[in-house]
Design a protein around this ligand. Structure first.
Ligand SMILES: [Ca+2]
Ligand SMILES: [Ca+2]
Ligand SMILES: [Ca+2]
Length: 155
């Protein structure tokens, strides 16, 4: 192989990578309701990959989310702790949309704090997760399909 063809194939490889990056960027920017992002999130929760989310998987997921939000490790979430961690929504969106999402998130805090202590304990967090799961499982088969997951997070 001459130096010239070597250089050429390297250039081609770089162009290919650049193209792939551009393509995935475009896909993310698509306006189809963030389907890909949703799919990714679904896959993260569906740890055994059977395309169904079971209550166990949800609880495990929510447990890890809780732990990542609970910055001072006191097993209770303050509003600040809750708001500080993004759960994957609203990043890179326009500020107006982001603000709306933040407001929507803020509104979720109070209903979870069922004893009105001003903090959401792990038990309160888990209870909210269970209630959410029951609501999302619209066909009542005890598992959340991707469609159920998507519909649940749409509104
Ligand atoms: Ca805390
Ligand atoms: Ca509480
Ligand atoms: Ca179901």
């Amino acid at each position: 192989m001459t130096t010239f063809t070597k250089a050429l194939s390297t250039t081609a490889a770089i162009a290919l990578i650049a193209g792939a990056v551009a393509f995935s960027g475009a896909a993310n920017a698509g306006s189809h309701g963030g389907g890909q992002k949703m799919m990714k999130r679904f896959g993260m929760i569906d740890t055994n990959g059977d395309k169904k989310i079971t209550p166990d998987e949800v609880m495990e997921w929510r447990g890890s989310v809780f732990a990542s939000m609970d910055a001072d490790d006191d097993n209770e979430l303050t509003m600040e702790e809750f708001m500080a961690v993004s759960m994957g929504d609203g990043q890179g969106k326009n500020p107006e949309k982001k603000k709306m999402k933040q407001e929507k998130k803020r509104a979720k805090f109070k209903p979870m704090d069922t004893d009105g202590s001003g903090k959401v304990s792990e038990a309160e967090w888990t209870a909210a997760g269970k209630a959410g799961f029951a609501k999302a499982d619209t066909d009542g088969d005890g598992a959340m399909s991707f469609n159920e997951f998507r519909d649940h997070h749409k509104n």
